[in-house]
Design a protein around this ligand. Structure first.
Ligand code: KDG
Ligand code: MG
Length: 402
C-alpha cells in the first residue's frame, strides 16, 4: 500500500486546527493532528513544503522507518514544529494501518488494558466562589477528576482562567495579549481555594491544579508543601522544565504529586525527570511528542520508573489528537489520567468521532483506525484566523524571567 497524496488542511471552526490527510493507492486514508497553538501555519508549511514531497510513493505500512527517516533524515532534530509535523504523519499512518487491519487502533497497540479512560475537566472561576460552582457542575456531569483554577486578587487577568467555561481557549488577539503575574499574590491565595474545595466536596473527588510554569523551584516546593493537606491528584507545570535538575529541589520538599510535559516534544526533554523519579505524571501527548510511535516509547520508559501518563488534552489539540490519545491510553498499563477539555459544537461537526463520554470516562469506540474523521467540505468554510497565546510580564513591566 503506497502513499499517493498528502494534504494539509487548515481550518478554524471556533479555533485553528491543522490536519494532515494521507491517501494511499488502496483507497484507504488516515488523518493526523498537526495543531501547534499560535504557530499553526509553520507546521502546515513544514508538512506541505518539506515532508509531503519526500513521502509520495513510500510504503504506508513502514511506520517506524518513516518516523526515523523524518526525525534523523532532516538533520535538524526535535523542536515543536518538526515534532508536531512528524506526529501528524505518524498518527495518520497508524490510522491507515488499523483501518487496513479492520481493527480499532488500540488492538494494534497491544489491546485493551482498561475499559474506560478516566478524564479530568477544567473548573475555573474569577474568584474562589465561582470556581466552587464550576467544580460542582463538573461533579454533576460525572467527572471523577477536576482541575481547579481561580483568578488572583490584585491581578486583572490570570492565564488559564478563561471566560468560557466548557472550553479553554488561551489564544486570542491579532497580536499577543499581555498578562501581569505576581507569584507572591498567587502563593498566598491558592491554598485558600483548595481549603474551600475540600471543605465543600470532601476527599472523594480527585483535584488537580496547574501553575503554568510560573514558579521558581523554591516557590514550587513551597506551593507543593502548602497543598499537601488537600491531597491533590497532581500539581502541574510548576517550573519550566528546561532545566530538568530543578525538579530535585521540589521533590525533596513535598509529597504533592508532580506532573509536567505538555510542552515537551521528545524523550530527551524528560529523560532525567523520569529516570530519577522526579515526577509522578508525564503529560506529553500524541500531537506534540512525535505521534503514537514516540509517545508510546516515552510511556514505556516512564513505566519502568513508576511514572504514569497524564496526557495534555486542551481544546487546542484537535479531536484527531484526542481520538489517537484515547487508543494509546486504553492500551498502556501505566495510564494515569487524560485531560479532556471539550471542543465546541462547530469543531465536533468538522471532526466526526467515535469516542464518547460517560460518567467521568472517555471510550475510544470500536471503529477501525483511531475513529476520528474530517469533513473537508465543512472545514473549507472556516478559514484560518490569526491568534496568539498571551505573553506574561511581571508587575514591574519586565518579561517573566524564568
Ligand atoms: O496551547 C496551550 C494550552 O493548551 C495550555 O495552556 C493548556 O496548560 C494547559 C493545560 O494544562 O491544558
Ligand atoms: Mg497545563
Amino acid at each position: 500500500m503506497k502513499i499517493t497524496n498528502i494534504k494539509t488542511i487548515v481550518t478554524c471552526p471556533d479555533r485553528n486546527f491543522v490536519t494532515v490527510k494521507i491517501e494511499t493507492d488502496a483507497g484507504i486514508y488516515g488523518i493526523g493532528d498537526a495543531t501547534l497553538n499560535g504557530r499553526e501555519l509553520s507546521v502546515a508549511s513544514y508538512l506541505q513544503d518539506h515532508i509531503a514531497p519526500t513521502l509520495i510513493g513510500k510504503e504506508a505500512g513502514r511506520i517506524e522507518d518513516i518516523w526515523q527517516y523524518l526525525y534523523r533524515g532532516c538533520y535538524w532534530r526535535r523542536g515543536a514544529v518538526t515534532m508536531t509535523a512528524i506526529a501528524a504523519i505518524d498518527t495518520a499512518l497508524w490510522d491507515i494501518k488499523a483501518k487496513a487491519a479492520n481493527m480499532p487502533l488500540y488492538e494494534l497497540l497491544g489491546g485493551k488494558s482498561r475499559d474506560g479512560v478516566m478524564v479530568y475537566g477544567h473548573a475555573n472561576g474569577g474568584d474562589i466562589a465561582e470556581t466552587v460552582d464550576e467544580v460542582a457542575k463538573y461533579k454533576e456531569m460525572g467527572y471523577k477528576a477536576i482541575r481547579a483554577q481561580t483568578g488572583i486578587p490584585g491581578l486583572s487577568s490570570t492565564y488559564g482562567v478563561s471566560k468560557d467555561k466548557m472550553y479553554y481557549e488561551p489564544a486570542d488577539g491579532n497580536l499577543p495579549t499581555e498578562n501581569v503575574w505576581s507569584t507572591s499574590k498567587y502563593i498566598n491565595h491558592v491554598p485558600k481555594l483548595f481549603d474551600t474545595l475540600r471543605d465543600k466536596f470532601g476527599f472523594d473527588v480527585h483535584l488537580l491544579h496547574d501553575a503554568h510554569h510560573r514558579l521558581t523551584p523554591q516557590e514550587a516546593a513551597k506551593v507543593g508543601k502548602s497543598l499537601e493537606p488537600y491531597n491533590l491528584f497532581w500539581l502541574e507545570d510548576t517550573v519550566p522544565a528546561e532545566n530538568q535538575e530543578a525538579f530535585r529541589m521540589i521533590r525533596q520538599h513535598t509529597t504533592t504529586p508532580l506532573a509536567v510535559g505538555e510542552v515537551f516534544n521528545s524523550i530527551w526533554d524528560c529523560k532525567k525527570l523520569i529516570e530519577e523519579g522526579l515526577i509522578d505524571y508525564i503529560r506529553s501527548t500524541v500531537v506534540h511528542a512525535g505521534g503514537i510511535s514516540h509517545l508510546k516509547k516515552i510511556f514505556e520508559f516512564a513505566a519502568m520508573h513508576h511514572v504514569r501518563s497524564g496526557s495534555h488534552g486542551a481544546t487546542d489539540l484537535s479531536p484527531v489528537c484526542m481520538g489517537a490519545a484515547l487508543h494509546l491510553d486504553t492500551a498502556i498499563y501505566n495510564f494515569g489520567v487524560q485531560e479532556y477539555m471539550r471542543h465546541t459544537e462547530k469543531t465536533d461537526e468538522v471532526f466526526p468521532h467515535a469516542y464518547t463520554f460517560k460518567d467521568g470516562y472517555l471510550y475510544p469506540g470500536d471503529t477501525p483506525g483511531h475513529g476520528v474523521d474530517i469533513d473537508e467540505k465543512l472545514a473549507a468554510k472556516y478559514p484560518y484566523e490569526r491568534a496568539y497565546l498571551p505573553v506574561n510580564r511581571l508587575e514591574d513591566g519586565s518579561m517573566f524571567n524564568w
